[in-house]
Write a protein that binds this ligand. Sequence first.
Ligand SMILES: NC(=O)c1ccc[n+]([C@@H]2O[C@H](COP(=O)([O-])OP(=O)(O)OC[C@H]3O[C@@H](n4cnc5c(N)ncnc54)[C@H](O)[C@@H]3O)[C@@H](O)[C@H]2O)c1
Length: 368
Amino acid sequence: MKNNYILVTPIKNEEKNLPFLFKSIKEQTIKPVLWLIIDDGSSDNSTKLINEQSKKCDYIVYKRNEPQKWDLAFHYHEMLSNGFKENIIFGKFIKVDLQNKDKIEKIISEFKPDIIVHFAGLISVPDSVKKPAEYYENNFVGSLNLIESAIKNNIKKFIFSSTAAVYGIPKNNFVAENAELNPINPYGNSKKMVEELLKDVKKVNPKFNYIILRYFNVAGSDPHMVTGNRQKVKLNLIPIIINNILNKKNEIKIFGNNWNTPDKTCIRDYIHVTDLVKAHLEVINLLDNSFIFNVGYGKGSSVLEVIEAIEKVTKTKIKRNFVARRAGDPECLIADNSKILSLTNWKPLYNNLNIIVKTAWDWENKNL
Ligand SMILES: NC(=O)c1ccc[n+]([C@@H]2O[C@H](COP(=O)([O-])OP(=O)(O)OC[C@H]3O[C@@H](n4cnc5c(N)ncnc54)[C@H](O)[C@@H]3O)[C@@H](O)[C@H]2O)c1
């Protein structure tokens, strides 16, 4: 018999029940079969409990107000090419490369999850331009293996981390989900191919449902400082600048100062990672159907605005080194997020560049 426990983390209106629940779990007057996670598990109470109990726990199940409606077991599969095992603070971890089809098949058939949330992938646009085959193989073939195993094992719910890069250079500044997909780099194209695969698979497996989340620029760290950005190679603007400051190199390369934007630098929609996580939790409720959602704030910030926010938060002057434009960069990418706002209860909480930068800075300092 597995020694599993329950964890309930505060969702606003359930907060008052927590002390009772925590006490009951500790005293073992409640012995639930699985842990329950509500929200991102980062509140004070939930963190303490996770840390205390995590070693005993095999599966973490996320449930909300309507426990019968759905549940999700956390079981992490990673190859750690750009991740860290220490990031996984609860749940079961298996090191595996998605390209290892047999191993993936074995894991999925043994575990038979209710829902697969597929985050894994290589994520650098410039790298993908240099090494296209590697990106297609890793991101497309890896996803194909996982999706095939899902179908074979009758798993009907699938969430896929896609990207705004599938749009390429959009015709409008605010890009909606039904805009033309025209990726301009192998990274974006590899994600578009997986999107198409999911749609085709759905046609012949009507009970299979997917949600494709097209993330815009994910940034920031958990405000409770339980988890945060940790990449072997810093790939995104905010972590790169912060890392430079911490290494006493107060400068940043800016790719192009001749874009058709107000300050001539590229514009992106930066979304706080906690809001992104919450978007996943919201869309789970819709998995009796298939959807595609943009996940962004619908607000753009230029490279120079990001630098200014970092200067303000870190009280450090950063030298701007303008260099030539980089292959595969679109000028402006801002989410039209009206679809996710209207079809789910997603309510972004950290829609503020200063908060995004501050949490990223605090996290990096915490980990010095
Ligand atoms: N960070 C962003 O701004 C952003 C934007 C849009 C989309 N996304 C997507 O979100 C997902 C997560 O990105 P992230 O920012 O956390 O990047 P990340 O590099 O921190 O995480 C990706 C993880 O996937 C793992 N991985 C890669 N190939 C794998 C394979 N073949 N088998 C098993 N694991 C593999 C890596 O080890 C890495 O830890 C990716 O799919 C990415 O394309 C991210």
